[in-house]
Design a protein. Structure first.
Lengths: 139, 406
């Protein structure tokens, strides 16, 4: 699936919820599916510290695509991290860098990635792109 | 006297709205309080009809507004019962007030090897300025420990005092826990050792009467926006003796007596500490807020808020897995709590979606969170415009959180 197909699929999934609680319950569900970072990487080195919650992020190349795994101490943050991983993981670095992420705004979770909401997610997304940039440059 | 809460709520236009289609329940009063219409109107009126830069203007508007600004100082003086009006300095808020004192007092009185005492329950604004001062002067920061209820340990405090102690800076109420510190005792002990004391009143002044001459502290600071007044205005009270001896923090216009390129002499109090154009609009707006709460009566406010605190404490304590952090007998209407196995951020996100504004995180008091070995809490802080029905809604919201994250 392409990166944008992944985004569209998520938008489709969220379109059935008209209530915030349903959205959050779904995020809680998604948090359980997140490819959880190998405990050996759940260290200071891979920690993205937010003011409100912590996020750990690991990335590696598998063939010509980037594989991400992550974790968070807060479940909703973890659910949103799972969405970011789902969209970006398994994609080529160049696609990760060149595609705009529109699904977050579309499903109404943009406030969770605003610079003033320091839950670690915006920094996580930035870090995901930095990994892609580094892999892209080293190819 | 019992308060007419519905009438009071009508004075605060912001309270009458829906958030996510639910009536707004505002429990983030520790961060900032809402403004009554009289405060909003006052600022609107000044900008619409009275605005002019104050002091030294020879024209009508300037003279009128200068008079109102200086009257504001006198009203604040009366509000806190300071001895002189020139002991009241207007600043931008508590943070600027503390930074001013840490710099100016530090310049004059702190030297290598000296010691400064703060406490475990301080807001970062009453930690970092002293830390910076200690770095500049090679002084040492000493910290009064607390017990598990969040109360300062007075015995330990006494042990920290030494001939090298130059100043004690503590808050009267912890912003993160709502616990009230016995500052009168802290001040008395310090004064027996000839040590001046700064009291951070940011979280106390909105909850009851505070009297500078009775308290006898050397410095007292607070913010206007936390007592129903405008943003960007705060107060630095200092005893005349100190303020006269201390050098100014910021320099520029208004605060000078005479300037030549060789030398500048400074103006008298209070102007020495008010460099540049002061925030006269908000200072006058602050007066509208003070008048408003005095009309309701601070004793009445304190009594009603205590009622809310007791009601909420009892209600929240009945929730399985909920632990209140800060359980001192002496508290203002603030409840900080954690939920077993549920992250405060998750809880806050869900509570928000129910139209309830609470604060989550470390509340700018990281060392205090470390003391309790927690990452943060959920804090509900109540004001006299809140109701028991709203607390019931918070109770239900917490039950929903528990259900969702179980």
């Amino acid at each position: 699936m392409t990166l944008n197909e992944q985004q569209d699929e998520i938008i489709e999934e969220f379109s059935v919820f008209d209530d915030w609680m349903d959205k959050y319950n779904y995020l809680i569900e998604l948090s359980k599916d997140l490819p959880v970072i190998d405990p050996k990487y759940k260290t200071q080195e891979y920690l993205i510290e937010g003011c409100q919650s912590k996020v750990w992020l690991f990335a590696e190349m598998e063939g010509d695509v980037v594989k991400y795994s992550a974790d968070s101490d807060a479940i909703i943050t973890k659910g949103i991290a799972a969405l970011l991983v789902r969209v970006l993981s398994g994609q080529k670095p160049v696609d990760i860098l060149n595609n705009k992420l529109y699904f977050i705004d579309n499903i109404g979770l943009q406030q969770n990635l605003s610079p003033t909401r320091s839950n670690g997610l915006l920094a996580m997304l930035k870090q995901m792109k930095l990994y892609a940039m580094a892999y892209n440059a080293s190819r | 006297m019992s308060l007419d809460i519905q009438k009071i709520r009508n004075d605060f236009p912001i309270l009458n709205q829906k958030i996510y289609n639910k009536p707004l329940i505002y429990f983030d009063n520790g961060a900032t309080t809402q403004k009554p219409q009289v405060v909003i109107d006052e600022e609107f009126k000044i900008y619409s009809h009275e605005n002019s830069n104050i002091h030294r203007g020879v024209h009508y508007l300037s003279e009128q507004l200068t008079q109102r600004y200086e009257d504001a100082r006198k009203i604040v003086q009366k509000f806190i019962n300071a001895k002189h009006d020139y002991e009241v300095i207007f600043t931008s808020g508590t943070t600027e007030s503390i930074n001013t004192i840490a710099f100016s007092f530090g310049e004059k009185y702190i030297f290598e090897g000296d010691e400064i005492i703060i406490s475990t329950v301080e807001h970062h604004a009453n930690i970092v300025p002293w830390q910076m001062l200690c770095e500049r002067k090679k002084a040492t920061l000493k910290v009064i420990p607390i017990n598990d209820k969040g109360e300062l340990l007075l015995d330990e405090y006494q042990k920290l005092i030494s001939p090298k102690t130059k100043i004690v800076a503590v808050n009267q109420v912890s912003n993160a826990l709502g616990t009230v510190n016995d500052v009168k005792k802290l001040i008395d002990i310090a004064h027996q050792n000839n040590i001046p004391v700064l009291i951070d009143g940011a979280q106390s002044i909105q909850h009851g009467n505070i009297d500078m001459q009775e308290l006898d502290c050397d410095f007292f600071v607070f913010s206007g926006h936390k007592i129903y007044g405008p943003n960007g205005i705060g107060v630095l009270y200092g005893k005349e003796k100190w303020l006269n001896e201390m050098p100014p923090f910021m320099t520029g216009g208004e605060m000078i007596k005479k300037v030549t390129f060789e030398k500048t002499t400074f103006n008298e109090l209070p102007f020495k500490f008010e460099a540049g154009t002061p925030n006269y609009v908000s200072a006058i707006g602050l007066v509208a807020a003070i008048n408003y709460i005095q009309e309701i009566g601070l004793e009445n406010i304190a009594a009603y808020e205590k009622e809310l605190l007791d009601y909420a404490t009892k209600k929240l304590e009945s929730i399985d897995g909920l632990r209140i952090i800060g359980t001192s007998e002496e508290k203002v209407s603030v409840i900080s709590f954690i939920l077993d196995n549920i992250h405060h951020y998750d809880a806050g996100m869900v509570i928000d979606k129910m139209g309830i504004a609470v604060r989550t995180g470390h509340h700018c008091a990281e060392p205090l969170m470390n003391r309790f070995n927690i990452e943060g809490t959920i804090r509900a802080s109540f004001s006299f415009y809140n109701t028991k029905e709203e607390i019931d809604k918070l109770f239900e919201a917490i039950l929903t959180v528990k259900q969702m994250f179980a």
